[in-house]
Design a protein around this ligand. Structure first.
Ligand code: FAD
Length: 364
């Protein structure tokens, strides 16, 4: 069986940040990534101040990748709208470009990055670490395994399924044509049981991303274009923003049952260093998921280098993610519930955006 010192499963922001940090410290890991080439994924593409700082610390210059600067936040709910300057510099960048840059950086520092290789299952090893079994029938054993499969679970390490009767969120994403009115802003449209976020990405096109309760998508027969049409019929501002674009048959990416608020349970003797969404899933509305993924990857790598066990790392990370996840969850409940206009009133208060950013910060 193939053996390696440190194995990272998943090459999104969390896995790549882990690989970069380990390689930069002279302990280049092996990273396996399911996708053969970086491709569009369900994500709003919003990089907040913490994400940009974490990227810079990893040696990634987001503006040089074409990330479009964002200075303002506009929130729309029904007939109400509020717009505020963001308390930090932010940017819009597609995940395909970001993920490619992160993996290239890991490679340049000496990490082995094998793409088009999917893990199928993970088994604990009695002597510590784990064995990862791949789809092609091969297996890799390592004393340190970093689980960075993000939104996807592996056999042997699943997160709990939604409870019967639950109404979990579905993530949806597509691309719309350029829209000069969105330059420099992120725009959020809040609606019953979900929200849509729009921003300009590096090629000038618009990233449209939605998080919506499964029940709400079901009311549109499970069809994203029909959902967009229903939202446009209920909101003239949303209709004006998307025009007829969403009905043009552009491809949609989708992810089912996003486990917002999930955190790795503590206490059990954990064999894996979990990073990114595999450690904690913050409500996407807060725009902090990539920042947490990057920070957790760097933190896990440093924990491993310092000889800390996965369980120690899990406790230290949970101490940093607990409050941001709880606060982002509360904001999400307000934004998607019947009193969402209250969120607009709160957002209009001076200092509100800075406070929200501070309270949802994990730090790196
Ligand atoms: C609707 C929505 C919108 C969002 N918008 C934003 C936003 O605008 N800004 C923000 O900061 N955050 C946003 N987030 C959150 C953000 O997308 C995640 O927090 C972030 O992607 C987590 O990074 P990760 O590396 O843990 O996982 P992922 O980004 O999911 O990456 C996991 C990687 O692992 C690979 N992989 C999966 N399974 C396997 C396997 N079996 N074997 C090998 N490789 C595998 C995948 O191909 C992928 O490359 C959003 C989330 C949702 C649901």
């Amino acid at each position: 069986m193939r053996r390696t010192d440190a194995l990272i499963v998943g090459g999104g922001p969390a896995g790549a940040a882990t690989a970069i940090t380990l390689a930069a410290a002279g302990r280049p890991p092996l990273l396996i990534e399911r996708a053969a080439t970086p491709r569009p994924v369900v994500c709003g593409g919003f990089l907040g101040g913490d994400a940009l700082a974490a990227l810079a610390a990893l040696g990634i210059d987001a503006p040089a990748l074409g990330a479009r600067p964002i200075h303002r936040l506009r929130i729309v709910a029904g007939g109400h709208m509020v717009e505020r300057r963001l308390p930090f510099a932010a940017a819009g960048l597609s995940r395909a470009t970001l993920d490619a840059a992160l993996r290239d950086r890991a490679l340049a520092l000496g990490a082995i990055v094998e793409t088009g290789r999917a893990a199928r299952a993970i088994e604990d090893r009695p002597e510590g670490g784990a064995i990862v079994r791949l789809d092609d029938g091969s297996a890799i054993a390592a004393p340190a395994v970093f689980l960075a499969t993000g939104k996807h679970d592996l056999r042997g390490s699943p997160r709990p399924r939604p409870a019967p009767g639950a109404d979990p969120a579905v993530g949806l994403r597509t691309v719309l044509p350029a829209d000069p009115d969105l330059a420099g802003r992120i725009e959020l449209h809040l609606f019953d049981r979900g929200y849509a976020g729009l921003l300009v990405q590096e090629d000038g096109s618009v990233n449209l991303c939605l998080s919506v309760a499964r029940s709400r998508l079901a009311e549109a027969d499970g069809n994203p274009a029909r959902l967009i049409a229903a939202l446009a019929a209920a909101s003239p501002r949303f209709a004006a923003r998307i025009g007829g674009a969403a009905a043009t048959g552009e491809a949609w990416q989708a992810i089912a049952a996003v486990p917002y608020g999930w955190q790795q349970p503590l206490g059990a003797e954990e064999a894996l260093y979990r990073v990114g969404d595999q450690a904690a899933v913050i409500a996407s509305l807060a725009g902090d998921g990539i920042a947490i993924a990057l920070a957790s990857g760097a933190i896990a790598a440093r924990a491993f280098l310092a000889g800390q066990s996965p369980a120690d790392h899990a406790r230290a990370l949970a101490a940093r993610t607990g409050r941001p996840i709880a606060i982002a969850g509360a904001i999400r409940r307000l934004a998607e519930g019947p009193h969402r206009a209250l969120l607009l009133r709160a957002a209009a208060l001076p200092g509100a955006a800075a406070l929200a950013a501070r309270l949802t910060r994990v730090g790196h």
